[in-house]
Ligand binder design. Sequence first.
Ligand SMILES: Cc1ncc(C[n+]2csc(CCOP(=O)(O)OP(=O)(O)O)c2C)c(N)n1
Ligand code: SF4
Ligand SMILES: [Mg+2]
Length: 306
Amino acid sequence: MVVNVKNMIDDELFFGHKACAGCGGSLALRAALKVLGPNAVAALPAGCMSAVGFNFPQLAFANNAMITPFAATASVLTGIEAGLRAQGKKPDDCTVVGFAGDGGTADIGLQALSGAIDRNDDVLYICYDNEAYMNTGIQKSSLTPFGAKTTTTPAGSNVHGCLTQKKNLFEIVAAHGIPYAATASVGYLNDFIRKVERARDVHGTRYIHVIAPCPTGWGCGVDETVDIAKDIVDTGLWYLAEYEGERVSGQPGGRFRLNRDPKQFASVPAYLRRQGRFRAFSDDEVAAVEQGRDAKWEVMRREWRG
Ligand SMILES: Cc1ncc(C[n+]2csc(CCOP(=O)(O)OP(=O)(O)O)c2C)c(N)n1
Ligand code: SF4
Ligand SMILES: [Mg+2]
């Protein structure tokens, strides 16, 4: 039976943590662990989810979990998987899973992730993307979107927040020829859960990139997390997609698939207005963001069908 939010286990494997109200990252972890079960072995680098999950003596994980150095999530996953294999454990019995933030994945952890994919280690890597270094006080990462205010990309009348575009990590990972990769959002939880389940059952390296709003850093209400995580998909500024490498898809070069097409996009200005971090956006900048979105969707609609 396919797992969804209605039939997933009632057991809580990530609870009692110290995340802010409305934290999207903690929602992603909670749901993913319910799919992976109590035998999953988790590794988390420095970041909000390790800061809120490991407060001795109040460990918030019911399964085995450990903290890694900031750069080393994927390398530690590799080591855990080798250790479990040496003990005679079967990969189907205990998924080795990493939960790392956008900074820990797209910046300092990228070489370790790239190495793990290159070796095709049998691990699942989940990046919860809250679009900045939240745990250290909201600094820009390479996944911070254009125009977002952070403490290192201030926004006012002269400068309008982040000057760079969000790095396209999903496609960078796919370009390695990874067996399975997907994008997701905590606003579409059934889609995320389905992808975690799919990733659990594929062997080799798997990667899921889940958008996880952070009310503290995004400047939105704590009751808006799920709505905003839906909105980012409905506006077309984020997309739900999968990639299957050659060995899984049977197609040379692998196959991309678009899982959801909003057809008519929701309003980008309305999405931006809900969040304090985008307050300095000008009309021209909004138009440029919409143009970039349209160009991306044209390619995806043409090439990522079916
Ligand atoms: C080598 C190293 N550099 C810097 C830090 C400080 N540090 C701890 S958490 C963190 C931010 C992590 O950001 P991200 O990976 O996006 O996760 P988030 O906090 O947003 O959940 C930083 C910079 C560290 N722990 N180790
Ligand atoms: S700062 Fe953001 S990511 Fe960190 S615990 Fe709070 S809501 Fe979650
Ligand atoms: Mg982050």
